[in-house]
Design a protein around this ligand. Structure first.
Ligand SMILES: Nc1nc2c(ncn2[C@@H]2O[C@H](COP(=O)(O)OP(=O)(O)O)[C@@H](O)[C@H]2O)c(=O)[nH]1
Ligand SMILES: [Mg+2]
Length: 300
């Protein structure tokens, strides 16, 4: 790849409490789905890089798990550590909040940002929910007074509002550097990772209450065959009682999850997909450091 001498490249960490729209923002900025999205906390559990390459700069967005208070289990602690370490490495931080709801967890996140040295742009997300628009001014004033932000920008990640304005202000915060990733690489995660995430997304959307937090997905096999891509995946749950819920009456949940996931994966990989799902119990995996590592939850 040819790049000019004044090319810029750096890490932009997207930080905030759960559910404010961090992953939605990254997907919209990238113009493709890199990270899964649901209305439930704990949807993003890993640090995921999304690489946006242009003529004059390469922006490496870092999607992170939401920083949160409840950190009982080993996985929750790991998620908080993951988000905190992304913060430490960043050239620029995008602090995302929900313009309709400020909580104590937002205050906690701001406390952490004070310790970080990188400049911070505050994003007030979900402005599509604010009517009339004059009400935004209050929100802007309130957030601006809380921290010395480099910029405060109202956006709608979902409706693509003000995102090109945001994109235009990012490069000046990045150091001069050649690109760190090849231009055709848009994420650091492999195919199996994204396939597992898509399955977990569908499960999370389909199941209610606490269930989604107790499950994780592991790809056992992903093989390209002449007829298409054959995938088998295990859905791990924490307890026997959760197994029936994940399977559903006469397998109804598993069937629906399988169908929705298969369509999404096929679209992503551009080939027909044959997907087999199995539900298995690994007792308390989310509170066991060793299980977490074996299931792909790496420490930062
Ligand atoms: N109305 C509205 N909803 C949004 C917007 N951005 C995200 N959401 C919703 O907020 C929920 C959480 O989004 P997600 O990106 O997973 O949040 P994250 O936990 O911070 O990564 C999902 O239901 C999204 O559809 C937005 O700009 N407007
Ligand atoms: Mg997320």
């Amino acid at each position: 790849m040819n790049f000019p001498d004044d090319y810029r490249c750096g890490l932009v960490a997207v930080i905030g409490r759960p559910n404010v729209g961090k992953s939605t923002l990254i997907n919209s900025l990238m113009g493709r789905k890199v990270s899964i999205v649901t209305a439930k906390p704990q949807t993003t559990r890993h640090r995921i890089l999304a690489v946006h390459t242009a003529e004059k700069q390469q922006i490496i967005f870092v999607d992170t798990p939401g920083l949160h208070r409840k950190s009982g289990k080993a996985m929750n602690r790991l998620m908080n550590r993951t988000a905190a370490s992304a913060l430490a490495d960043a050239d620029l931080v995008l602090f995302v909040s929900d313009v309709t709801r400020w909580t104590e967890e937002d205050d906690d996140v701001l406390e952490r940002l004070k310790a970080a040295r990188s400049p911070v742009i505050a994003l007030l997300n979900k402005v599509d929910k604010v009517h009339p628009k004059e009400k935004l001014l209050e929100g802007l004033a309130a957030v601006s007074s809380r921290f010395d932000f480099a910029e405060v920008v109202p956006i709608s990640a979902m409706k693509n509002e003000n995102l090109s304005h945001l994109m235009a202000m990012i490069p000046k915060f990045l150091p001069e550097s050649p690109p760190l990733f090849p231009e055709d690489m848009y994420t650091d995660r492999n195919e199996e990772f994204h396939v597992a995430e898509i399955i977990r997304e569908k499960l999370t959307l389909m199941l209610h209450q606490e269930m989604p937090y107790g499950l994780t997905v592991q790809i056992e096999r992903l093989v390209r065959e002449p007829r298409g891509i054959a995938i088998s995946a295990v859905i791990w749950v924490e307890r026997d009682s959760q197994k029936g819920i994940a399977i559903g009456k006469n397998g109804s949940v598993l069937k629906k999850v399988g169908r929705a996931a298969r369509l999404d994966i096929a679209e992503r990989l551009g080939q027909p997909v044959y997907l087999e799902l199995f539900v298995k119990v690994k007792s308390n995996w989310a509170d066991n450091e060793k299980d977490l590592m074996n299931l792909g939850y790496e420490a930062p």
